[in-house]
Design a protein around this ligand. Structure first.
Ligand code: G6P
Ligand code: ZN
Length: 543
């Protein structure tokens, strides 16, 4: 079968964002749109000839078609072997694991993460490097430059492969290895957490609900929670991945996982609740009557991870993204661990993990992970929580309250202003940046600005500097507000305002979050002119 070289012209908008190229499905369906981007990725993989590539996606609408396109193009570009999940499915963490364990040169992951799917929803293509993590900036920039100048792509004229059965088949010279998406991932989890201990807790009557939001983690959670850990059938709800996620917005937060929140705050709440997102890398943790913020979750995991077999030797260090609350910093300080502050985006943890400087890391955007792979990992976080609950013999809500009694509580909320006009959002950030030098010492209500800057990250491993990652304003009263624009949206701009305020160990830990943060929110508006610039009286989403 001769390789086809087909002429094409570039699209100007193929610059990958925080996490790969994300656009609406109709954009991806434009003739040559997928092909251009995939060819650009392949062109940027040095040594792809004969190498192994991992491929899979979260099963959203268009996943099947794009898997077939990528297979043909990979074969036409000389790739030696593609390890693909059965039916083209792989959660992001499972893909990261396969890239590492199969010594692949990288992986192509099809997902728009937590964005809604379906014919009018979002789609995405992301390239992960041989360490299993999202490609670093120089690589995504190279892909963008390639895509901006592309003139032809290579493919084959072959029928679709049947991806429904495990095993190996040949596509011209390339081996296509179809694997069960769950097996290797589940085996890895058995090495990290103590399944026997959790099984014993389940046998003792412990009950939980896991809401897969009709996205990729359903089969993973059913296998691990129900089959391997012995939880009753029905523990996993919305467990079948659907192309449109059954209309769910697969973002595990109190707003989008409302049913789970209602259950956990109602009279029939089980001991523990959890959810994951479209591609399985985010997590949501809920105790009985208590939503655990991702920032608090990271702090609790850092404080107790050593009870799990995977972390028995202790942690090398921890990291959090800049807008994530400083709760984990307090744990690190007490344990004498290095604590790094990185820009938003999982890729920034990669170097720290590869260099062995950190073991755990996390972000306010519901991502938590460790050195077991190079992506955040939703189900892993749930399992580590379960192991900690089993080891401490305390329910999640008690663990969190005890944590606050020991370290104090960082009240935390994120206010999102979605669909803001791009110019208005840019103007807000420009004015804010310009105002920074004059902010220190100014008072806003009862708060006094102590420091204010535009966060720039110096990577301690490779020395690279990433400037302009968001504005931080720190108040003398141990409160903080962070402003940044989302890097993952597909239309307009989203302004994110992150608010936090510390309450010491002997302080008040039972205030409604909105009350605890009211003064910080007012200061944020006064500083940035949110209403003035966006015309909005209130955020679209508060999480
Ligand atoms: C993706 C990345 C995360 C990041 C998040 C931020 O999910 O994988 O690492 O925290 O995007 O999204 P944002 O919309 O705030 O740029
Ligand atoms: Zn995700």
């Amino acid at each position: 079968m001769p390789i086809q070289r087909l002429a094409t012209t570039p699209f100007p908008d193929q610059r990958p964002g925080t996490s790969g190229l994300r656009k609406t499905v109709p954009v991806f369906q434009t003739a040559c749109y997928v092909e251009n981007f995939v060819q650009s990725i392949l062109d940027c993989i040095e040594g792809r000839e004969g190498a192994t590539l991992v491929l899979g996606g979260d099963g959203r609408y268009f996943n099947r078609e794009v898997v077939q396109i990528v297979l043909r193009m990979a074969a036409a570009n000389g790739v030696g072997r593609v390890v693909v999940g059965r039916d083209g499915l792989l959660s992001t963490p499972a893909a990261s694991n396969l890239i590492r364990t199969r010594k692949a040169i990288g992986g192509i992951i099809l997902s728009a993460s937590h964005n809604p799917g379906g014919p009018h929803g979002d789609f995405g293509i992301k390239f992960n490097a041989s360490n299993g993590g999202p490609a670093p900036e120089p690589v995504t920039e190279a892909i963008f430059r390639r895509a901006s100048a592309i003139t032809e792509y290579r493919t084959l004229d072959t029928p679709d492969l049947d991806l429904g059965r495990e095993g190996e088949t040949l596509l011209e010279g390339m081996r296509v290895e179809i694997v069960d998406p769950v097996t290797a991932y589940a085996a890895m989890m058995e090495r990290i957490v103590d399944f026997d201990r959790i099984r014993a807790m389940v046998a003792g009557g412990f009950r939980m609900r896991f809401d897969a939001l009709s996205a990729i983690t359903g089969p993973y959670a059913a296998e691990i929670l129900e089959r391997r850990l012995g939880m009753p059938a029905g523990t996993v709800v919305n467990g079948t991945p659907l192309p449109d996620f059954g209309g769910h917005h697969p973002d595990p937060n109190p707003v989008h996982a409302r049913e789970l929140m209602e259950l956990m705050t109602g009279p029939d709440a089980p001991d523990f609740g959890a959810a994951s997102d479209g591609d399985g890398d985010r997590n949501m943790i809920v105790g009985r009557g208590l939503f655990v913020t991702p920032s608090d979750s990271l702090a609790v995991l850092a404080a107790h991870a050593h009870v799990a077999p995977g972390y028995r030797g202790g942690l090398a260090g921890v990291a959090r993204s800049m807008p994530t609350s400083r709760a984990v910093d307090r744990v690190a300080a007490r344990l004498g661990l290095p604590c790094y502050e990185t820009p938003t985006g999982w890729k920034f943890f990669g170097n720290l993990l590869d260099a062995g400087r950190i073991t755990l890391c996390g972000e306010e955007s519901a991502g938590t992970g460790s050195n077991h792979i190079r992506e955040k990992d939703g189900l892993w976080a749930v399992l580590l929580w379960l192991d900690i609950i089993a080891a401490l013999g305390k329910p999640a809500d008690r663990i969190v309250r005890d944590h606050w009694r020991e370290y104090g509580r960082d009240y935390y909320a994120r206010h999102d202003y979605e669909g803001v006009e791009t110019e208005a959002a840019d103007r807000l950030m420009t004015e804010l940046r310009a105002a920074l030098p004059g902010l220190v010492g100014k008072r806003f209500g009862g708060l006094t600005v102590r420091e204010a800057d535009d966060f720039a990250y110096s990577d301690p491993v490779d020395g690279s500097v990433t400037p302009r990652q968001g504005v931080r304003v720190l108040f003398a009263e141990d409160a903080r507000v962070v402003f940044r624009l989302s890097g993952t949206g597909t239309s307009g701009a989203t302004l994110r305002v992150y608010l936090e305020r510390y309450e010491p160990a002997d302080g008040r830990h039972d205030l409604p979050t909105a009350d605890a943060l009211a003064e910080v929110a007012a200061a944020a508006d006064a500083i940035a002119g949110i209403r003035r610039h966006t015309g909005r009286d209130e955020p679209s989403v508060v999480t």
